[in-house]
Write a protein that binds this ligand. Structure first.
Ligand SMILES: Nc1ncnc2c1ncn2[C@@H]1O[C@H](COP(=O)(O)OP(=O)(O)OP(=O)(O)O)[C@@H](O)[C@H]1O
Ligand SMILES: [Mg+2]
Length: 238
């Protein structure tokens, strides 16, 4: 079966500066793919290209067999490809309930909506207690719970997460990744950029290590653990 998402020989960058060089990534349906690599390697840039906020210069991106590169971020999101951007991406002026309802609206029209909302609020009781609080006044961890909840309610076909653990206390990170593990168990296809290697290695089926806009390694988590050179460069951080 062809992969659900395929980044094929993509070159892209900012202005005249090329950041991604002939990059190829395959994400099979139902898999969790982790993108690792040092600061500035091009991880966020890769997610921007996939979500359509940054154009490809060469190569292409296909989703479910259709070419999505060149289409607008809105069209790509409507097709079920959802990005939780670096630094959250909630609506700070709206309250928690309104933010969650945006997620529900983005999702399908199926009957599971109410049930999914309940599941989310059971997973994150802190959000249930704060439904009428303005999202911008939530703590960092609570905001991250909100963006993950909203993504879940939107019922995407593929969920991309850019360092959702950034700046959060270990206990909150643990909670967030428990809910990511739930999504994984439900069969959601996930692309995650993550600095906490423990979580990436625990959750991912396939690991890509990027360095300077190129793929340095691709394989299963156990192979990365066995590769001493890579491990010393990348496994020290988490
Ligand atoms: N908007 C931008 N304009 C110009 N250059 C940018 C822009 N965003 C990123 N870059 C550059 O592109 C390169 C890759 O950045 P990117 O944000 O993709 O890295 P990253 O792997 O996500 O790093 P980090 O782990 O620090 O988040 C870096 O050299 C960065 O300075
Ligand atoms: Mg980044």
């Amino acid at each position: 079966m062809p992969p659900l998402l395929e980044v094929d020989g993509v070159t892209s960058g900012y202005g005249k500066v090329e950041v991604l060089h002939d990059l190829s990534i395959a994400v099979p349906e139902g898999a969790v793919v982790a993108l690792l690599g040092p600061n500035g390697a091009g991880k966020t840039t890769t997610l921007r290209v996939i979500s359509g906020t940054l154009p490809v210069w060469a190569g292409g991106v296909t989703f479910d067999g259709r070419r999505i590169s060149g289409r607008s971020p809105y069209e790509i999101a409507r097709d079920g490809l959802l990005l939780i951007p670096e630094g959250r991406g909630i609506f700070p002026g709206l309250n928690v309930k309104e933010n969650l309802e945006i997620g529900v609206r983005a999702g399908d029209n199926g009957s599971g909506r109410g049930e999914r909302m309940e599941q989310v609020l059971d997973t994150f009781p802190r959000l249930r207690e704060r439904l009428s609080q303005r999202a911008g006044t939530l703590s960092g961890g609570e905001q991250q719970m909100l963006s993950l909840s909203r993504a879940f309610l939107g019922n995407p076909r593929l969920l991309m997460m850019d360092e959702i653990s950034m700046g959060l206390a270990p206990r909150i990170v643990e909670q967030l990744f428990e809910s990511v593990a739930d999504l994984r168990a439900k069969g959601m296809t996930i692309v995650m950029v993550e600095q906490y290697l423990t979580y990436a290695l625990r959750l991912a089926d396939i690991i890509y290590v990027l360095s300077k806009g190129r793929i340095e390694f691709v394989g299963e988590p156990c192979e990365l653990r066995d590769s001493e050179a890579l491990a010393s460069s990348y496994l020290g951080a988490g």
